[in-house]
Design a binder for this molecule. Structure first.
Ligand code: SF4
Length: 415
């Protein structure tokens, strides 16, 4: 207990704080010396008829919470498929590894990746190597990878006139690209575009169906942070609804953790997924919800996985490369990695007459902030700049904490 005393992890009665299900170790208070608490290798439970209960019961305060309340998960072996929402960041990586350590066989797992850029080759929002990292990891592990996207990606949604673009996904078995059912408003938008209406009337009619031309708000989804909804959660929901052969019992696993932010700490660990219905049971589980950042790295370390290059280039989060929530220091770091993209973002602000930060333009927001050191790992920087990441880079023998470890979650995204 001496170490825990020194680290102030005992309460007045001498009980370890981690034993209190409401205790959350925030990322900003976590360091390499924090004891590993939940990241200790678990006993496999797959096949042992063990339902899984949340550490802290879910809430039923609102109608939505009552509708999605889930007392416990089924025993893991009862799910026909486990879909892991896999961004390539450390938390979703840890979630996958944790499932494997619990004994879930690879054949039951599908890594589901949202491609935020949706194949838009002109403008990209994500790190250039994220798709390559995710593909290399799935290949090295021998697990299926399913990729979904909103066509034209982030910048298509940013410069949207008319309805949102359709959602597509790639079948992990055949590689075939499938398109979700088109929305009535998208069909109408296409009819207007192809009509012989005068240009001004076309624009007015399209505006009736939707008009964006502004950055997502730096706040909650309800306050206008549309990016995570339109490019991630709604995309997955459309894919689930469109799949004819969706399994009867599916577990959707994500890597959100309570220690990341106050907002996340208020989420429930498990829920009935919004697309669950009488024909198919879909449960959602944040399987590393109580893990500290130290726990997460511990799991990645003992599995010898090379984390996404962005951590090795000093970033603490693997959000979109140009995430609207970046701090001035991280924008300065982004500018050093992608100077041309930085200039294009400044142009976007001028074109739309709408700045990413509500108070000032990007140049002034960055001000004289100094970039983090991106030169500590030459290969990581090369990957970020070129988009290269190979299968033979997935596992590393001499695992070291990346430069971005234990730097808190400042400037990261909440999505
Ligand atoms: S990472 Fe940032 S920019 Fe990207 S979807 Fe999330 S909040 Fe939006």
């Amino acid at each position: 207990m001496a170490m825990y005393e020194a680290l102030d992890l005992l309460d007045i009665a001498g009980i370890c704080k981690y034993d209190d299900p409401t205790y959350i170790l925030r990322d900003c208070d976590c360091c390499a010396d924090t004891p590993v608490w939940f990241g200790i290798k678990p006993e496999p439970i797959y096949g042992k008829s063990q339902p899984i209960y949340p550490r802290k019961p879910g809430r039923r305060d609102t109608p939505y919470q009552q509708e999605t309340y889930l007392e416990h998960l089924l025993p893991l072996e009862e799910y026909e498929c486990v879909r892991v929402l896999f961004s390539g960041g450390k938390d979703s990586l840890c979630a996958y590894l944790h499932l494997r350590e619990l004994g879930v066989p690879k054949e039951k797992i599908i890594l589901h990746h949202h491609d935020i850029d949706g194949g838009n080759t002109e403008r990209i929002m994500d790190w250039k190597c994220t798709r390559a990292y995710v593909e290399a990891f799935a290949k090295a592990e021998g697990v299926k990878l399913e990729v979904s996207w909103r066509e034209k990606g982030f910048f298509g949604e940013l410069y949207r006139l008319g309805a949102s673009e359709p959602v597509s996904w790639q079948d992990p078995d055949t590689g075939e690209v499938m398109r979700c059912k088109l929305t009535p408003n998208y069909i109408k938008s296409q009819q207007i575009r192809e009509s012989d209406m005068p240009e001004a009337e076309k624009i007015a009619a399209l505006k009736e169906l939707g008009y964006r031309f502004k950055w997502p708000a730096k706040g909650s989804i309800a306050s206008g942070r549309y990016c995570s909804a339109y490019l991630k959660s709604m995309v997955l929901s459309s894919v689930i609804s469109s799949m004819d052969s969706f399994p009867e019992k599916t577990l959707v696993v994500s890597g959100e953790r309570a220690g990341e932010s106050h907002m996340r700490s208020n989420l429930d660990e498990m829920q009935l997924h919004a697309r669950s219905n009488s024909r198919r049971t879909i449960h959602a589980w944040k399987c590393v919800f109580n893990f500290s950042e130290r726990d997460v790295w511990e799991v990645i370390k003992r599995n010898h996985i090379n984390p996404h290059p962005v951590y090795r280039a000093s970033f603490s989060r693997c959000s979109c490369s140009a995430c609207i929530f970046l701090s001035p220091e991280l924008w300065a770091t982004f500018r050093e990695i992608y100077p041309e993209e930085f200039e294009m973002l400044k142009e976007d602000e001028k074109r739309m007459n709408f700045t990413i930060d509500a108070r000032c333009d990007l140049e002034n927001f960055v001000g004289d902030a100094k970039p983090r050191n991106i030169h500590c790992d030459a290969r990581a920087l090369h990957s970020l700049r070129t988009g290269e990441f190979n299968v033979d880079e997935v596992y590393v023998k001499d695992w070291k904490y990346p430069a971005g470890a234990f730097r808190g979650s400042e400037g990261g995204s909440p999505c």
